[in-house]
Ligand binder design. Structure first.
Ligand code: URA
Length: 231
């Protein structure tokens, strides 16, 4: 949000007065004076006017969860347990899910309170690879990898999926890499080639890989290397 907006969101501060306070050098961002009214300031920065804090800095939080089957990728639900039920309440801090998994799917799930960062992970145009281990009901046909590489037409969204890669691991097992995260994307792709997904496990998103030693249902903070690995 622009600095002037943060000030003018304060009770009784007009946009004009906000700009005047900023121009007069009375406003600090992270304790440093800032005279640029249009400066973008996120929730992880503190803002003060004449030394009085009007926005306290939030603590950024980035977590990797090994999602078990049966948990909804949502923050609240009346019917089913959600992935947030697995996270200690003192870490909740407005967490959201960066790339959901279906209830039955397992594996790497990333939760954060940093929306700018998570958009880099999920925006189709950023093209971060998402890698899944897939088990299917029927043997995977020869044409499957070709069809995935060509992209498949999704009628509902009126779009063609980006080229995806399939590495066959067994008759009914494959590693699939996609660069988007459309609704039920992998299931729908297999459905389009006459097959059915019976198990789906996300192994990796970009350079962030699920630890093999992270037990199902456990989580850990991302390392700074992982956080900085996004473009
Ligand atoms: N594609 C799916 O169909 N389901 C998921 O959970 C993730 C990708």
């Amino acid at each position: 949000m622009k600095l002037s907006r943060i000030l003018s969101n304060q009770d009784g501060t007009s946009r004009k007065r906000a700009n005047a306070l900023i121009a007069a050098g009375r406003v600090t961002v992270n304790d440093l004076p800032c005279r640029v009214a249009a400066q973008e300031v996120d929730r992880f920065a503190s803002v003060a006017v004449d030394g009085e804090v009007i926005q306290a800095a939030d603590t950024p939080c980035y977590l990797m969860l090994h999602k078990p089957a049966g948990y909804l990728s949502a923050t609240v639900d009346a019917e089913h347990p959600t992935v947030l039920d697995l996270i200690a309440p003192d870490l909740h801090r407005d967490l959201h899910i960066a790339g959901r998994l279906d209830r039955a799917s397992t594996g790497l799930l990333i939760l954060t309170n940093d929306g700018q960062w998570s958009r880099q992970l999920t925006e189709p145009k950023v093209k971060i690879p998402k890698i899944y281990h897939v088990t299917t009901a029927y043997p995977i046909s020869e044409e499957t990898s070709e069809r995935f590489a060509e992209g498949l037409w999704f009628e509902y969204e009126q779009l063609r999926t980006s080229p995806a890669q399939l590495e066959q691991l067994g008759a009914r097992e494959a590693r699939v890499t996609i660069y988007e995260g459309r609704y039920h994307q992998i299931k729908r792709m297999f459905h389009r080639v006459g097959n059915r997904v019976t198990a789906l496990h996300r192994e990796r998103m970009g350079d962030i890989r699920l630890n093999e030693d992270l037990a199902t249902g456990d989580y850990r903070p991302l390392t700074s290397e992982e956080i900085l690995s996004l473009p």
